[in-house]
Structures are given as C-alpha cells and as structure tokens.
Design a protein around this ligand. Structure first.
Ligand code: ADP
Length: 377
C-alpha cells in the first residue's frame, strides 16, 4: 500500500515508480489546495519544496526561495531567533516557532510555524516538513485585549482612588462646616451672637474648599470622558500658549522659561497645553526663597516615542514621595505655605496615559526637580 493505493504482490519497478509518481502528484495537489503554507527541507535542512500558498504569500517562485534563500524574507530583528532553533534541528525534534516574514506587498506578517522531522522506513532522517499560518490578526486582537485588560485595571484603581478621596478629602472641610454650624446654633441658643459672623466666615471657607475639590474631581474625570480626538499638534505652539496663560505668574516671580525646539505629535492639543502649563506652574510655585525660577523644557527623540523633560531649580522632592505626588489630592505641603489642591499632577498623569506614555520625576531636595514624560510617536 502507498497511501490509499494498493500495490499488487508482483508489482515491477516501472509500476512502483508510476505509483510513487501518482502519490507525489496527490501530495502536490493537496498541498497546493491548502490555505496553509507548506515547505520541506532535505536531510541537510535545505528547503527544496514550497507549496502554492507559500509562493503566493512571498510573491517569489520556488527556485528563488530554495536552500536558505527564503531567509531573506525574515525580519532582520527575528533572524537571531533562528539560532535557538538549531539545537532542536540537530536533535531532529518537532518544534513550533514564530517570526515575521515579508509578504509580497512589502508588509511583515507574524508567522506561526510548526516543523516536523521526516524519517525514511529505515529510520534515516530525511529532512523537515513544516506548515506556517499568518497569525498577524490574531496577535493584534491579543494586543487589543491585553491593552483593554490594562486599561480596566487602571480605571479600577482610579475608581478606588475616587472612593478614597470622597471619604477622606471631602470629609475634612465637611467636618469643619458641621462643627462651626453646631457652634453657631449653640451660640444662638445661648443668645450670644458676638462671634457668629466669624464662624459663618469659616463655614463659607469650608464650602469654598469643598467646591474647589469637587470641581477638581470633575476636571480629573473629564480627561478621559471629554477628551478631544487626536490630531497633529505642533508642540512649539502648545508651549507658546501655555506660557502665555502663565504670563502674570512668570513676571511676578521673575521666572525664566527656556524652551528647546519641539516636534509635531499626534495628540489632544487642549490637554497638552494643560499638561505643560501644570508642570511649568508647579516649577514656579515650588521655588526656593533665595533664587528666581529657571525652567528648562527639552525633548529627546527615541525609537518610537519622544521623552520630554521640564527641569526646575526649586525646592525639590524627597525620593520617598516620587509616586505619591501623582495621586489625586496628595500634597507634600500645607495650604498656607503653597496654595493648591493636589490635583495638578494627577491630571498630568492621566493626560500622559491617554497619550500612551508615562510620567515620572527625578529630584534632589533643595536643588530642583525634573519631571519627565513620554508620548508615543
Ligand atoms: P498642587 O500643586 O495643587 O499641590 P500637584 O498635584 O500639582 O498639586 O502637586 C502635588 C505635590 O507635588 C505638590 O503639593 C508638591 O508637594 C509636589 N510638587 C509638584 N511639583 C513640584 C515641583 N516642581 N517641585 C517641588 N515639588 C513639587
């Protein structure tokens, strides 16, 4: 029997050759009808067979792919992966493998390959037969799902922060309001209204603070809910506007803002103005008593992102607070020393994350801080 072909007992060599030819034809027909890419190597691992799906995919004929020539279509960064395959081939074992291969239209596609060793009836190694499928779409779906899972985790953390803020930070002015209202009531009951106006002023201050906190919370939640669609943004223009918004602050503090030439990126210009404005504003606000603020804004181009930096010569931040300052309403100073609610950097973080980047700080106490953030190209 050869496949499903019956071989008569007294078959001669000519008949056997004919049957083998027919078996080979059937293999070729089957392999060429398959949507899966199929190839074969000889015992020296030189490719000599590629089915129609393969040559359709690469756009090159079998002669052009033969031997190791097909490796020219492998993405240069993935070629080194083939070194890890060598010991497996030496042991003549089955393997699965992934790499990027150039398609006829010039696009690199992710290929999932399975290689099976072939042996002759006497056990001699005859080479490999392999199948390849294009898994680019499946990989893209995996990436989308992984990003969605990451985004879900992030928004969950944010929700927890919201709950924390509602229970702690908003309680503080509320407690103050309640205690002064009770005091006013007690004074009125006792017919002593001398200090009532003073207590009412505290109540107004408390409600004002609550209002500011609620407004900040709203602004914070709007970063993702109400963001504009991304468009081309010239960051030179963005910085010009951010600096214009801060003109009074810059002049009052004799601040100097040095800006390097900036790139054009894809983003939400309104939010990018806000991002730079918050960072420059902080750089001026947290200045030392003895020096005028000097702020340097730079950019470094990396492979697939830009890294921006906003450096100041201010009071600096201790490294144990590097993460805390990006959480909503977390401040390192009280309101009397430096005004603010502690929302600025939380908003910056959210804006940067919406642009697919990260934000962090490096600083030395009393020497100054540098805020870094990245934005995908
Ligand atoms: P706010 O400015 O309202 O306090 P932020 O979220 O902008 O809120 O900042 C949080 C805290 O991080 C600040 O209270 C301050 O302690 C610290 N901080 C931010 N920027 C700087 C800076 N450039 N230099 C020193 N400390 C800073």
């Amino acid at each position: 029997m050869i496949g499903q072909i019956s071989v008569p007992e007294n078959a001669d060599v000519t008949l056997l050759k004919g049957l083998l030819k027919e078996s080979e034809n059937r293999f070729n027909l089957l392999a060429d009808a398959s949507p899966i890419m199929i190839w074969m190597t000889d015992e020296h691992n030189q490719c000599y067979y590629f089915n129609k799906s393969w040559t359709d995919f690469t756009g090159r004929n079998v002669a052009a792919e033969a031997g190791t020539a097909w490796l020219q279509g492998v993405h240069p960064d993935d070629l080194k992966l083939f070194n890890t395959l060598e010991p497996i081939l030496d042991r003549k074992e089955k393997y699965t493998f992934e790499y990027r291969l150039l398609r006829h239209d010039g696009q690199y596609r992710f290929i999932h390959e399975i290689g099976n060793p072939r042996f002759l009836p006497d056990g001699t190694f005859a080479g490999y037969i392999g199948s390849c499928i294009d898994v680019t779409e499946a990989r893209a779906t995996e990436v989308i799902l992984a990003n969605q899972a990451k985004e879900l985790m992030r928004s969950n953390e944010e929700l927890e922060q919201f709950a924390y803020v509602a229970s702690h930070d908003l309680q503080e002015p509320l407690r103050m309001i309640l205690s002064y209202v009770q005091l006013i009531q007690k004074n009125i009951d006792q017919g002593d209204t001398k200090r009532v106006n003073e207590f009412i002023a505290y109540v107004i201050e408390g409600t004002g603070r609550m209002q500011a906190l609620i407004n900040d919370l709203l602004q914070f939640s709007r970063v993702t809910r109400k963001g504009n669609p991304f468009a081309q943004v010239d960051l030179n223009e963005v910085l010009k506007i951010a600096v214009t918004h801060l003109t009074a602050r810059i002049q009052e503090n004799n601040a100097q803002v040095n800006i390097s030439p900036m790139p054009v990126i894809m983003g939400d210009s309104f939010q990018l103005i806000r991002l730079f404005q918050n960072l420059i504003d902080n750089a001026i606000k947290f200045k030392t008593i003895s020096t005028n603020p000097i702020i340097d804004i730079n950019v470094k181009e990396k492979e697939d992102e830009y890294e921006f930096s906003v450096r100041d010569n201010g009071i600096g931040i201790e490294d144990k607070f590097y993460n805390r300052i990006f959480v909503i309403f977390q401040r390192l100073h009280n309101r009397k020393d430096y005004e603010g609610t502690g929302i600025g950097l939380a908003i910056c973080k959210k804006i940067v994350e919406r642009h697919g980047g990260e934000i962090w700080v490096e600083s030395e106490k009393d020497k100054g801080s540098t805020f870094y953030f990245t934005i995908k190209k």
